[in-house]
Design a protein around this ligand. Structure first.
Ligand SMILES: [Zn+2]
Length: 381
């Protein structure tokens, strides 16, 4: 990897515009454009960080989809665990956007483009802060090692964060870049998605007694979920996040009006809280569905919840530079770090209201306030 020909942008805003103009759309689902994946943006960030004096590696996770990991060493604390800045490299689809996603225009103080808020704004503010910090505090005088981890695949499956933590990566504290209006998100719910499928027996609709109606069986299951399973979830509560939620999002079944249906399927979404995680829920689901025969239950996705204590020393150190502390209804890579017993929070300029929208933007003033926040945090030591 070479930095030959790489021009460091002249300002933080210019850096953000550069990042927006490099497509890094997550290829899962319908990306809405031909150019997907994180390779190009990882190359750009690697060159930027090399120019700041970091040791940089691109770690392949999936073909053309690396993590970018940069180490800023500290001579005065050679054995200390680093703190880590970890925004994600990917964005959601650009399908249906009403603005040009990759030509960042500035209009009335707003920088428009895919990822402006989620999460190239937070990422650019971290990168620019690292640049100024590395210029002001040279490696010989540093007392804190810092890592920048640009993670691929956050928008579908958190593959980049999982890959990093599985590799044995150790950090004292991880700051995940997400648009949180400059507030520390220390707790959020997780999600657990599962499907239930009923298998019946088809026959002619005029003789239903000869078959087994999979839709009717499903109505019984739905009633049981509502009556027995949801009360189990609601018996749990978290002081900041409240109770877990349960939603049946889709139902499909049957093939024709004059056939007894042999198949019916529902998809369910649970927003989990700490203390009522995947294992407990899976166990209870099994108990609830045990009384039915011909039922297949599959858990398909389960990002964990986050619950970093407010008293954590790094949360306390970061707090004075932020706009306060909050929780979030969404989940992010912070939960992956947390699953590996690593303290993590999410923070950044920009707003979740603007994330994933058809005219995504970030206010330039708030973005620059984000740069300042991370810079002051890094320099105040
Ligand atoms: Zn995000």
């Amino acid at each position: 990897m070479s930095t030959k020909g790489f021009q460091t942008p002249k300002s933080a805003t210019r850096l953000l515009q550069d990042l927006i103009s490099i497509p890094s759309v997550n290829p899962d689902g319908d990306p809405g454009c031909a150019s997907t994946g994180e390779q190009q943006i990882a190359d750009y960030i690697a060159a930027f960080l090399k120019k700041c004096g970091a040791e940089v590696d691109l770690i392949p996770v999936l073909p053309g989809r690396p993590n970018v990991i940069a180490h800023f060493k500290a001579a005065r604390a050679p054995h200390a665990l680093p703190i880590t800045f970890a925004p994600h490299l990917d964005t959601v689809s650009v399908r249906g956007m009403t603005i040009d996603p990759f030509h960042p225009k500035i209009v009335a103080g707003k920088i428009f483009g895919r990822g402006a808020s989620d999460t190239k704004g937070p990422m650019a503010s971290m990168l620019w802060a690292l640049k100024s910090w590395s210029e002001k505090q040279k490696p010989a005088s540093r007392t804190l090692p810092v890592v920048f981890a640009g993670l691929m695949g956050e928008e579908a499956g958190n593959d980049g964060a999982i890959h990093l933590m599985k590799s044995g990566f150790k950090t004292d504290f991880a700051i995940i870049g997400e648009p949180t209006d400059l507030k520390i998100v220390h707790a959020h719910k997780g999600a657990l998605w599962f499907t239930v499928e009923t298998v019946g027996k088809s026959c002619h609709a005029s003789t239903p007694e000869r078959g087994k109606n999979a839709i009717l069986l499903m109505t019984e299951i739905i009633r049981t979920l509502e009556n027995d399973f949801v009360p189990f979830l609601h018996a749990h509560s978290h002081p900041h996040l409240g109770k877990p939620s349960f939603n049946i999002g889709t139902i499909t079944g049957g093939s024709k009006v004059n056939i007894v249906p042999s198949q019916c399927k529902i998809e369910c979404d649970i927003r989990t809280i700490p203390g009522c995680g995947m294992n407990e829920i899976e166990k209870q689901l099994k108990i609830t569905l045990k009384r039915f025969s011909g039922v297949i239950c599959k858990i398909s996705r389960s990002p964990a919840s986050l619950d970093t204590p407010l008293q954590h020393p790094w949360v306390q150190r970061l707090k004075p530079f932020t706009k306060g502390i909050t929780t979030a209804p969404w989940f992010c890579d912070a939960a992956v770090f947390s699953q590996y017993k690593t303290a993590a929070i999410a923070i950044g300029p920009g707003s979740i209201q603007q994330a994933h929208t058809v005219d995504e933007f970030i206010r330039e003033k708030e973005f620059l306030r984000g740069v300042q926040m991370f810079e002051r945090f890094l320099l105040t030591r």
